[in-house]
Design a binder for this molecule. Structure first.
Ligand SMILES: [Zn+2]
Length: 397
């Protein structure tokens, strides 16, 4: 029973399913048909539009072509027209000038009567025109040449004026230079005088002088006229002479300066300075009675200068300290070596201010007066030697 019901239901369901399937198939077929129709319709429409557009475009193209052709034709006709017109005019001008024609001039007075007529051959007009043109061209050339000449003349005038001014300026400068040369010569003369004075003063002070330069190389020359020489060349020669003279002067003064320096050095290293401030010679140079025993004679190799204890002792000349220290009977003693073979010695000092080996200037303090060694009282024993020989200090002070 139940089985039957189930079978019945199954069968009914199958039938319903089949029915539904059929319905769906018919709906699908219907939809397909509709779609096909729509597509066909759309295609037809599109084709229609395309065909219409194409026809319109073709129409426009044809129209444009026709218009361009019409314009070209018009232009061609116009060109032909202009060409013909130009040819006609050219022929007219050509006929007028090249044909053997006559021209007639009418001269009509204000009253209108007595009209004058003149026939002229065309060839004559041509000649007249050519002649007139030639005259105009010739006049133009002549004017140009004249104008150019005028400009050139003006330029030359200006150049001449400038030249004149330059020449004047040069003449003035030459004059100034001549005055300067004269002034320089005067100054050179003054320098010569000065040189002579310096030499003479130096000779008086016993300096060794160099010989004077020879002045003959710049001796002056001259005549009444310039001859072939120009003013400028004469001046150049003068300048050369002045320059040579100045050079000789400079050399002379250089030599004098050298001589002065030598002289100063000689004086500096030659003992001449009194070795103390003040004092007096208590015992002279040379033979004297023996100062200690009083018996017999004694050789005194220097001078004794009696002066207060502690008075500074000065170097009598510039030199170097050969010896400084205690030296037997001389007590505290200093010996200086100078140039030109000179030596000086100082004895009996209370104190020494320099040590052996050092250099001292002329007048520098080297010690102080005392009474060391064999001495009877404060005094300075002072000696001068030349090449090892004792000399009297009084002869140099
Ligand atoms: Zn002495």
């Amino acid at each position: 029973m139940l089985q039957d019901i189930i079978e019945q239901c199954k069968a009914k369901a199958q039938i319903a399913f089949n029915k539904l399937q059929e319905q769906a198939a018919s709906v699908a077929a219907e939809a397909k048909a509709v779609a096909k129709n729509l597509l066909a319709e759309a295609q037809q429409q599109a084709e229609k539009v395309y065909t219409l557009g194409r026809q319109e475009l073709l129409l426009l193209w044809e129209k444009g072509r026709a218009r361009a052709a019409a314009l070209a034709a018009v232009a061609k006709i116009r060109a032909e027209m202009y060409k013909r017109r130009a040819r006609t005019r050219y022929q007219a001008v050509r006929n007028a000038w090249c044909g053997n024609q006559h021209f007639t001039f009418w001269l009509i007075p204000a009253d209108g009567q007595h009209v004058a007529r003149k026939h002229v051959k065309k060839a004559h007009i041509k000649y007249a025109f050519t002649g007139f043109a030639s005259v105009v061209i010739a006049l133009g050339i002549a004017l140009g040449v004249l104008g150019h000449m005028a400009i050139q003349n003006e330029a030359q005038k200006q150049e001449l004026a400038e030249y004149k001014q330059t020449k004047q300026e040069q003449a003035q400068k030459i004059q100034e230079l001549q005055q300067m040369a004269e002034k320089n010569q005067k100054q050179l003369a003054y320098l010569s005088k000065l040189e002579d004075q310096v030499r003479s003063q130096m000779e008086k002070s016993g300096a060794q002088l160099p010989p004077k330069s020879d002045a003959s190389v710049y001796a002056g020359k001259g005549g009444a006229s310039l001859g072939s020489a120009s003013e400028v060349n004469v001046m150049l020669e003068q300048e050369k002479n002045i320059s040579l003279q100045a050079k000789a002067k400079a050399e002379n003064f250089q030599k004098l300066l050298g001589a002065i320096e030598n002289e100063n050095y000689r004086r500096d290293v030659t003992p001449s300075q009194w070795p103390t401030d003040g004092g007096f010679i208590s015992s002279p140079f040379g033979g004297r009675p023996n100062p200690f025993s009083g018996y017999g004679r004694d050789w005194h190799p220097g001078i004794d200068i009696a002066v207060d204890y502690g008075t500074p002792v000065y170097a009598s000349a510039a030199g170097y300290v050969q010896q400084a220290g205690w030296y037997g009977g001389y007590g505290k003693y200093i010996r200086l070596g100078h140039d030109f073979g000179y030596e000086t010695a100082y004895g009996h000092m209370s104190r020494l201010a320099v040590s052996a080996g050092s250099f001292v200037k002329k007048g520098e303090v080297i010690g102080y007066v005392g009474s060391t060694g064999y001495s009877t009282g404060p005094h300075l024993h002072f000696e001068i030697l030349k090449y090892g020989e004792q000399v009297n200090p009084s002869s140099l002070m």
